[in-house]
Design a protein. Structure first.
Length: 166
């Protein structure tokens, strides 16, 4: 059975990001609960400065969770997994190689990006498509796997160079 290591790795990255977000969200809920319990234990007799300090402490701890950064990481890993999976699906299901490259191009790049970088994009997409097709249909060797990884890495580098987060 052929293993698609690039997809497996993208999925593992997505799983890690999801778990980190879930962990941070649980910590956030725990902080909120702890804060509410501490306020409740004061029975309405706390001085305003003590309440303000309690609130400041809670907010500092919440900020330290970096939840927005974790959401961003999760968004990027989701996008990467989706794009890798879609490209694998196209190469595996569309027999015409030129059509496969065109479909991947439309999936990954915007029109203005294509106009400015056509030659480089086409070269990298053809390399990825041919290496993935060789891996999927001919020989799932370590060498072909490495070629798939390198050609996908070049595509990701292109996307990052265009300002994409992937």
């Amino acid at each position: 059975m052929r293993r698609h290591h690039l997809i497996e790795e993208a999925k593992a990255e997505l799983d890690v990001a999801y778990e980190e977000v879930k962990r941070a969200e649980h910590e956030l809920m725990d902080l909120e609960f702890e804060y509410n319990e501490r306020v409740k234990s004061l029975n309405g007799h706390a001085d305003p400065d003590a309440l303000a300090e309690l609130l400041r402490e809670k907010e500092d701890r919440q900020q330290a969770l970096d939840l927005e950064e974790l959401y961003g990481l999760q968004r990027c890993t989701t996008q990467r997994f989706a794009l890798v999976s879609a490209c694998f699906g196209l190469v595996g299901s569309v027999k015409d190689q030129a059509m496969t490259v065109d479909l991947i191009k439309r999936l990954l790049f915007q029109q203005d990006e294509l106009r400015r970088n056509k030659v480089l994009i086409d070269r990298n997409l053809r390399s990825f498509q041919s290496s993935l097709r060789a891996y999927m249909l001919k020989d799932s060797s370590a060498e072909n796997d490495e070629t798939v990884r390198q050609s996908w890495g070049a595509i990701e580098e292109l996307l990052r160079g265009l300002g994409r987060e992937i």
